[in-house]
Design a protein around this ligand. Structure first.
Ligand SMILES: Nc1ncnc2c1ncn2[C@@H]1O[C@H](COP(=O)(O)OP(=O)(O)O)[C@@H](O)[C@H]1O
Ligand SMILES: [Mg+2]
Length: 237
């Protein structure tokens, strides 16, 4: 960890307007996440987790406040510029995997590299490397229906890694898979974090959040607790 923040939000607000009703989904959120951290963002349903994830992932812009991602201010960018920054800096892992169903694991992982203009030879080489890394070196030609939920999520993780993003952003990554496989996914995240990857994971499950080094608790759109107490507890301190 070199101590440089990869994520910095300054007094972030997101207010949704539906007819005459205003919902304050993010209410003055200021957080800093450094390179190399593994952070879980935890909170009950409706607390603003997905909204925060959309902000952090440059999928949407805040109503008020500033967001600096890896040194670049993204609060006021156009949709095209947001798309560009997302492609360059973020590897997404979603609850529903979001793989192409009739496409092999290998091709799913190659896809982001097609858009990035990487040669076919290089694409296949890199895709194989990352699929091996997540333990699927023997499943290259399997399509989604031929893989378990946990395996599909591992394909999605390999896909998120192929363009070497500065940040891995995962939204309820274990929400759709059996608990044994969920622990395997958490082990992969811990290994990746050990290798220096920065991971931000959204979850409503305490036992999943425990795998992170730091847990940020969100409620009613604001941060109510932020710390690594659970790691100290685990170490018996
Ligand atoms: N597009 C939207 N339009 C209006 N209200 C929304 C929209 N998205 C979310 N909300 C509201 O914002 C709050 C936070 O939602 P969300 O970020 O999805 O929470 P979580 O992911 O923690 O369940 C909720 O009250 C939700 O109803
Ligand atoms: Mg949500």
């Amino acid at each position: 960890m070199n101590g440089k923040p990869i994520i910095q939000t300054l007094h972030l607000f997101k207010i949704y307007k539906t007819g005459t009703v205003e919902t304050v989904a993010l209410d003055d959120v200021s957080i800093e996440i450094k390179r190399g951290e593994f952070v879980a963002i935890m909170g009950p349903s409706g607390s603003g987790k997905s909204t925060l994830m959309h902000m952090l992932g440059a999928l949407d812009t805040p109503t008020k406040g500033e967001y600096i991602l890896d040194g670049e201010s993204v609060s006021k960018l156009s949709d095209d510029d947001l798309a560009d920054i997302r492609n360059r800096k973020i590897g997404f892992v979603f609850q529903a995997f979001n793989l192409l169903p009739r496409t092999t694991a290998l091709k799913n992982v190659c896809l982001p590299m097609v858009y990035a203009g990487i040669s076919k030879e290089e694409r296949i080489e890199r895709a194989k490397k990352y699929l091996q890394m997540v333990g699927l070196g023997d499943r290259l030609e399997h399509t989604s229906p031929q893989l378990s939920g946990g395996q599909q999520q591992r394909v999605a993780i390999a896909r998120a890694l192929v363009l070497s993003p500065s940040l891995i952003l995962a939204d309820e990554p274990t929400g759709n898979i059996a608990s044994i496989q969920a622990s395997e996914i958490m082990e992969i995240f811990q290994d990746l974090n050990g290798e220096g990857h920065t991971i931000v994971m959204i979850t409503h499950e305490a036992d999943i959040a425990e795998h992170a080094k730091r847990i940020i608790h969100i409620k009613d759109g604001h941060i109510v607790k932020d710390g690594n107490d659970h790691q100290q507890r685990k170490a018996g301190k």
